[in-house]
Structure formats: C-alpha cells, structure tokens
Design a protein around this ligand. Sequence first.
Ligand SMILES: Nc1ncnc2c1ncn2[C@@H]1O[C@H](COP(=O)(O)OP(=O)(O)OP(=O)(O)O)[C@@H](O)[C@H]1O
Ligand code: SF4
Length: 262
Amino acid sequence: MLDQVKRVLLVLSGKGGVGKSTVSTQLALTLKERGYKVGLLDIDLCGPSVPYILNLEGHDVHQSAEGWVPVYMDSEQRLGVLSIGFLLTSRNDSVVLRGPKKTSIIKQFLEDVYWQELDFLVIDTPPGTSDEHITVMENLRQVPQCSAILVTTPQEVAIEDVRKEITFCRKTGIPIMGLIENMSGYECPNCSECTNIFSTGGGQSLAEYAKIPFLGSVPIDPRVGRLAGQGLCAVKELPDSKTSKVFGELVTLLGENSNGVN
Ligand SMILES: Nc1ncnc2c1ncn2[C@@H]1O[C@H](COP(=O)(O)OP(=O)(O)OP(=O)(O)O)[C@@H](O)[C@H]1O
Ligand code: SF4
C-alpha cells in the first residue's frame, strides 16, 4: 500500500552491474541516517541483491492482516526492506518468471506491502525498460511525488543505454531527479587520489546534453565495495570519501523537496 508514502524514488539503469543496487541501498541508508522514515523495495526479480548488500539474507517476510510486513534494519523501524530475495530459499535460486507472472508479483509488491507512513520509498528496479517498469509506473499514479534517479558508468555503451532511460521517463511523464555516474575512476583507500580508468566526464556531458541534473561521480572505492554485505552506510562509515559527499548532497537536495525535471 502506497497511500501513506510521501515520495517514491525509482532507481533506474540501462545496463546491469553499473551499481544500481549500491546506489539504492546507500541512498536508503543515508536517508535513514538523516532521520527520514524510509522503505526500500527491490523488484529486480532476476538478481535481487539488496538482502545480501544489507546483510539481511535469511530473513522471512510475514503476512499480517494489513499485508506483507517489511524486514526492518533497526528497532525504531526507520528503514524497512522488501525484496523478492526474501521469498527465495537460497541465494543461488534463480527466479525464472515469465511476463504475466512478473507483472503480477510486482503489482503485489506495490499494492500489498504494509509500509505504514514513509517519507521516501526507494525502488531498486531491474536494468533496462521492460514490462516491469511499465507496471511500476501504472501503480505509482496515487503517490503525490515520484521521480527517477538514473545510474550509469563512464563507458560509452552504458551511457548510450541511459539515453533510452531518459526517453522512457519522458514518455511516461516521470520527472528525472538526475544522473549519478558510478565507478567513475578509482579512489585509492590510502591517499584518496582518484585515477580515471575509463574516459571521464561522459555522465556529466550526457546530463548537460539531456538537460537533466548531474548528481555527481562516485569512484570505484574498495571500501564502498566492502560495505556491501554489511549493511553499512558510506556517509557514516567513510565520511571523508567522495561517495559520502555525493550521497550526502543528494539527500540534502531531496530534503529541499526538489522533484527533478521532465
Ligand atoms: N562505487 C563502487 N565502488 C566499489 N565497488 C562498487 C561500487 N559500485 C558498485 N560496486 C560493486 O560492484 C558490484 C555491482 O554493483 P551493484 O550490485 O550495485 O550493481 P547493479 O547495477 O545493481 O547490478 P544488477 O544489474 O546485477 O542488479 C557489487 O559487487 C558492488 O559492491
Ligand atoms: S595512489 Fe598513492 S597511496 Fe594510493 S596506492 Fe597509489 S601510490 Fe599508493
């Protein structure tokens, strides 16, 4: 049930493996750190990695009279999580679902979870623009505010895919909060020097070209990689890192109630 959700943030990427789940989880953790009530919904049915990243594997989801109850990260219930991963018996289970079944499970995830009152619901979506995305869009009409955060890597092919995401958002009328370039160079854990491995500036120029906000570059940082699996927040654990700066600024922007551009 989304009737008590103030704002939805859809995290989208054209390609798999660009860091969409890392962005979704770090964003949800940073929002919680700043005192918001947050939900994180993982509808990446083919590769649900959120339970692993947040160290919640093995948790069961329960059904109450109101609907599915999210798994909470904390006793004050400020960050609730729901993922298809909780419904699988093991991490290696593959979710082989065909079109209508996928659509129906996503509808259930959007309609039957008892989120209670939320400031933000972050949705980690599958890569690309598929039937799943259209189902999500159709079910989000009741939410007062909804916008998309696009994730890419600096490589040309990933940026090409983001162009399709921008077109999808424009066609479906979802405002774009902005674009994050992930794995943008390598940040040395010893001296914080950033070495650009791939070409640089692609995300920023794409954002400028498409007239959408550029939300920052997150470097490859082995310390950020290590936070995955422990459910730890970069803003809290690595306050001096570039990653922490990007997520801190993004949450400040969200707090200013910016809803992005069409
Ligand atoms: N900035 C980063 N620094 C270091 N490691 C990172 C960074 N971003 C992502 N990773 C690592 O890269 C891998 C892929 O990231 P992630 O799972 O977030 O990508 P994804 O786009 O959600 O993938 P999928 O399409 O499979 O869902 C993970 O092991 C993650 O820990
Ligand atoms: S960037 Fe500097 S501190 Fe980091 S590994 Fe290279 S030489 Fe060492």
